[in-house]
Design a protein around this ligand. Structure first.
Ligand code: KG4
Ligand code: ZN
Length: 335
């Protein structure tokens, strides 16, 4: 049995988990900083790294206590090497290096997006070739995995990530930060009645969300200029439906072009109720031979269990970091 202790600190959650055989969560602790960053309407990197420093030892200790284990009991230490905020990543990397050195454990570097994708292994056995639709605050990508631990980015955003667009639209609708979940809730009471721009990048599998985001801003400004009112619920719903259509049109094309057994959702925006419903409709309508996996809500947003699962697969593939490893804010998943 392989037990991995994993550390995730790429943005504003200090998270530690212990995973057995890439399947079982023995313990998972997430200390979120959202309440602090909420006041500023976004993550302040300097504050994030300072809070990581305050939290990291406590979260490691709490996780070991919950699992009723000692560091001596784990086989390796996995950590998020990147991408993310450099100061935030640095705290997790240093903690992982210190534990590995002090307890003579192998160090396993993990790409944050590989973690989001492998969260699905907690739900089901992942089947390859696999297509992952990665949708988070920092990423919007189609990642094709021909085999276990092989990553090819076949589509990416040319501007904003989808989560970023949700959060910016949340801000103009005066919703708390991060706006994604509040737009999701507001949309449930609205109708898709406002026509918004749907940018189409030249590359068939790429995404673009900045035109849609600006479209919402201009719509609000136009209403103000003309002394017209609009229904926030309907605007939230129209934005959400348009954004999810942009995503799924590309995912649909990707499944046409690549031999795929399984489609998985990954990342914070995978918690979106409209995406979760409509991706199943798309599979039922066009790709009945593809198995569709949607992670439980608890595995969608940042956590260390996902880094532990990906870390176990990486460990089994012989991936190791040396003692002089550093955080890499622009780490490439294909490298
Ligand atoms: O994966 P994640 O926790 O962090 C990154 O790696 O970026 O994703 C956070 C993003 C935020 O933009 C947040 O607004 C979005 O996920 N999000 C949602 C929902 N829940 C979280 N977006 C739309 N609908 C939701 N229900
Ligand atoms: Zn993430």
């Amino acid at each position: 049995m392989t037990k991995i202790l994993a550390i995730e600190s790429s943005c504003d959650e200090t998270a530690v988990a212990i995973i057995e055989d890439a399947k079982k969560i023995l313990a998972s602790v997430v200390a979120t900083q959202i309440d602090v960053h909420k006041k500023y309407g976004g993550v302040i990197p300097e504050i994030a790294s300072r809070i990581h420093i305050e939290n990291i030892s406590i979260v490691i200790q709490e996780c070991l206590e919950k699992a009723n284990l000692k560091i001596e009991d784990v086989d390796a230490i996995a950590f998020t090497q990147g991408p993310g905020l450099v100061g935030s990543l640095h705290v997790g990397v240093q903690a992982a290096k210190t534990l590995a050195w002090a307890f003579q454990k192998p160090l396993v570097p993990v790409h944050h997006i590989a973690g989001h994708i492998y969260a699905n292994n907690l739900v089901t056995d992942m089947k390859f070739p696999l297509m992952a639709l990665v949708v988070s605050g920092g990423h919007t990508e189609l990642v094709y995995m021909k085999d276990e631990w092989s990553f090819e980015v076949v589509g990416t955003t040319q501007d904003d990530a989808i989560g970023e667009a949700f959060d910016k639209v949340g801000r103009v609708l005066n919703l708390p930060y991060p706006g994604g979940v509040y737009i999701d809730k507001l949309s449930a009471q609205g109708k898709n009645i406002y026509r918004l721009p749907k940018p189409k990048p030249e590359k068939e599998l790429d995404f673009s969300f900045s035109g849609l985001k600006s479209g919402v801003l201009q719509f609000i400004k136009r209403c103000e200029r003309n002394n017209e009112t609009f229904t926030p619920e309907d605007l939230a719903c129209s934005f959400q439906e348009t954004a999810i259509s942009c995503l799924l049109e590309r995912a649909d094309k990707a499944l046409d072009q690549y031999d795929t057994r399984m489609l998985v959702l990954a990342g914070g925006v995978a918690a979106n109720s409209c995406l979760r419903r409509r991706v199943q409709e798309m599979i039922a309508d066009h790709h009945l031979d593809v198995e569709c996996v949607i992670p439980p809500l608890s595995c969608c947003t940042d956590n260390a269990a996902m880094i532990g699962v990906a870390g176990t697969i990486a460990y089994e593939h012989g991936v190791r970091a040396s003692a002089d490893v550093t955080a890499n804010p622009s780490l490439d998943i294909e490298a």
